[in-house]
Design a protein around this ligand. Sequence first.
Ligand code: SF4
Length: 470
Amino acid sequence: MRRRLMAQTQSPPAAPPRTRKIGMVSLGCPKALVDSERILTRLRADGYAMSGDYAGADVVLVNTCGFLDSAKEESLQAIGEAMAENGRVIVTGCMGNEADAIRARFPGVLAVTGAAQYEDVVDAVHAAAPPGLGPYFDLIPQSAPGDVKLTPRHYSYVKISEGCNHACAFCIIPQLRGDLVSRRIDAVLREAEKLVAAGTRELLIISQDTSAYGVDVRHEPRAWHGQPVRTHMTDLARELGGLRTPDGHVPWVRLHYVYPYPHVAAVIPLMAQGLLTPYLDIPFQHASPAVLRAMKRPANEAKVLERLREWRDICPDLAIRSSFVVGFPGETEDDFRYLLDWLDEAQLDRVGAFRFEPVAGAAANALPDPVPEAVKEERYARIMAHSAAISAAKLAAKVGRTVRVIIDEVGDPDEDGDIGASGRSQADAPEIDGAVHLRNVPDHLAPGDFVDVLVEDADAHDLFGVITRA
Ligand code: SF4
């Protein structure tokens, strides 16, 4: 998933004349979005304000994605646009490792820094546009004192670690971001608690490998509210499951980038008890043992099916999202059919697919038997159609049921005065999954509200319904 936005806070007040303003274009995955939020939070503490457009910015930060060649191209285009529209541009993020290529194409960029190099970005901004006023002078409305959020107020990404200890053949994230480094669990929990107290209704836990959280620090315990908690995914999930919003709701907590290791089973009962959102984002990437071996993936697909069955026995509403790569070097038609058959067994709720692209520096590039582009396209179309059919059947089975929904957007009244809205069920993460479209909603409905919805209809990706309890 790629996302692009200019940092925009809700109706910023008129800034004092000498306050410097920063524009931000953030590309890439939710992890990059969290980096952008951290950078902006730090800059705000240094007295900068945010600009919602190029024209009003003293300097524009472009947080790039360098994972795939297509993402790099999109990043280069974004840099080009920022150069053309503003001209004072600092580049950061995953593509920062390719400073020479960036400077060759855009010699006028002010600075290029790498992923997660927060201090360097901040230093570059200070050099390009020295802050005119002291810290905290320019107060911009936001969800929590001191934090700048790029996501809507009612949901927040929380990054628990950086880097990865695996060596998947198609991936250069360990080269870009280094080995796994886990954040202190007390710091993560404090951040989550503050976000929920400030109005966040949904926490999205992200990392490169959430199930490995704490491995680097041997799961060291830290004190949290007077009790020891281990730096471990299950302790984290348990503590997050104990949070309550100011009005007494259990906030939704989603775990992203989880590998199906045995210890993941420990969080499923929390989901069955309603303390953790029954949703797991597990990047399986393939199912054929031969392809998984070639990918150097840490998984065993037969045991995985068994585990999915066990988890669903404990928590029948568990929704599982995954992503897959098609056209990996050496993938045969039999491997691909194996994947489609495996999907029939696994009955995943949400599936994203990518055509394999060689990434500069990835081990997979040296593998023999590349799959021709036309075959990749054909397999991509087949897996998308296959997973859409599974999704359509699973969503059709929800028609007539009542599901809990969090509201994302409320529309304006139409000519008959009816108001529509859209939100998501517990099976839908923002930006990547489906939506629940609602008709005739009450006019007091607002983003972040939890409502019960009778599902009246479904298509391959979305649900349609009406509120039964607001
Ligand atoms: S688990 Fe594999 S794909 Fe994911 S970040 Fe680590 S190396 Fe890359």
